[in-house]
Design a protein around this ligand. Structure first.
Ligand SMILES: Cc1ncc(COP(=O)(O)O)c(C=O)c1O
Length: 406
């Protein structure tokens, strides 16, 4: 493995050579979705050109090959997360689908009065499935508050956890604030009360080493498209014994052992949770993206991102009337901000005219925006293929936008 080299790495991403509105693209919207290296794009084409067939079904050559590749990808992803077995890896459509799988399956074990604890900085996909579960089963949703600096108010954790808490579901890295949450501490405390823990790792697996055995989380969810793979593929990690004890989420082909009109018995893990034809190509492309990440010195890439994040924050301090939303001591390279009373949408539109892609709005965290009493933010979210030069251009473009809008 070579040491991380951003100039080389940028050549792997064809889209980074594109122009937008006549300007070289500066892509700072990686929190919404990241770009794809040529290797991943080629993997998709190769699959459909030479390898496509359904998995787990046929006796013919192509079906066997597709099944072998699909299961090898599962083992690759298990190794990436340091899961103890590939059986602990369930393929889903994405983070949202993985969280809903837990809400419906683990949710079946919950009773009226049982509690679910989330935090004030969750994405809607880690709020709404629990509200729906509470409605279905008479459970209670509790929320660990967020402090003004964008960190969790951990001092309230002991008070909120009780023997009624059956699940703690928490975002590892906040998509709106960039805060890296102290999830290990939360997991230890939750386990101390007998609760299971789900980590929403949608914004962490692409920025930090994530080791599920070391963290000791019970479930973990992430999607492929933020980690350089296509959309429509995601992962639910679940501890084997726990997953074995849970009912399936959906019924259909592949998740069964034997079906009669009177009764159906279910397949073993992981297929018990994969009803219907899966996103085979997406799975192979996700494994390819993870192989790619491993090949570019991931720790070097993560270090580069962190330095870029600090450089971005420092460079923006000189902008008059800048307000950072979230100033946690431990953040990933995601920065949310407002400038005076300029509307985020206007700032984002002017940046777009200068070739710069950022996200504006509430970032699917409306309760968090309400807490800060703001309609939304401008969010710059970086990846390892971004550079200091792009940040310099971004700050200049921002200053030009402010002049136009003021
Ligand atoms: C923290 C977090 N959780 C969940 C999601 C939902 O991911 P998806 O829409 O890919 O399912 C996102 C996407 O932005 C996210 O940032």
């Amino acid at each position: 493995m070579k040491s991380f080299d951003v100039v080389q790495v940028r050549k792997d991403f064809p889209i980074l050579q594109e122009k937008v509105n006549g300007k070289p693209l500066i892509y700072f919207d990686n929190g919404a979705s990241s770009q794809k290296p040529q290797r991943v794009i080629d993997r998709v084409s190769a699959y459909y050109e030479h390898e496509h067939s359904n998995v787990h079904r046929g006796v013919h050559f192509l079906s066997n090959q597709a099944t072998l590749a699909y299961e090898a990808a599962r083992a690759r992803i298990a190794a990436f997360l340091n899961a103890s077995s590939p059986q602990e890896i369930i393929f889903t459509k994405g983070t949202t689908d993985a969280i809903n799988t837990v809400a419906f399956s683990f949710g079946e074990t919950m009773h009226p009065g049982d509690e679910i604890l989330i935090t004030g900085m969750e994405h809607h996909s880690n709020i709404v499935p629990w509200q729906m579960l509470c409605e279905r089963r008479g459970c209670i949703l509790k929320v660990l508050p967020v402090l003004e600096n964008g960190t969790l108010d951990i001092s309230k954790l002991d008070h909120l956890l009780s023997e009624k808490t059956k699940l703690v579901s928490v975002v590892h890295v906040s998509n709106s604030l960039g805060t890296v949450n102290p999830v290990k501490e939360i997991i230890v405390k939750a386990h101390g009360m007998g609760a299971k823990v789900l980590l929403d790792a949608a914004q962490s697996v692409q920025h930090l080493p994530v080791d599920v055995q070391n963290l000791d989380c019970d479930f973990l969810a992430f999607g492929g498209h933020k980690i350089f793979a296509p959309t429509g593929i995601g992962v639910l990690y679940g501890k084997k014994e726990l997953m074995e004890s849970l009912p399936p989420y959906q019924g259909g082909g592949d998740m069964i052992e034997h079906v009669t009109f009177e009764k159906t018995t279910y397949n073993t893990l992981p297929l018990k949770f994969e009803a219907g034809t899966p996103n085979i190509c997406g799975v192979l492309a996700l494994a390819e993206a993870i192989d790619y990440l491993s090949s570019i010195d991931p720790l070097g890439a993560f270090r580069h991102e962190k330095e870029l994040g600090s450089y971005l924050r420092d460079s923006m301090r000189e902008i008059p009337k800048i307000r950072f939303i979230g100033e946690a001591p431990d953040t990933c390279s995601t920065l949310s901000f407002l400038i005076g009373d300029l509307h985020p949408f206007d700032v984002g539109t002017l940046l777009d005219q200068q070739g710069i892609a950022v996200r504006t709005g509430h970032h699917c965290t409306q309760p968090l925006m309400e807490q800060f009493k703001i309609p939304g933010t401008v969010r710059a979210s970086l990846a390892f293929y971004n550079t200091r030069e792009e940040i310099d251009e971004f700050v200049k473009a921002l200053q030009r936008s402010i002049q136009i809008l003021s």
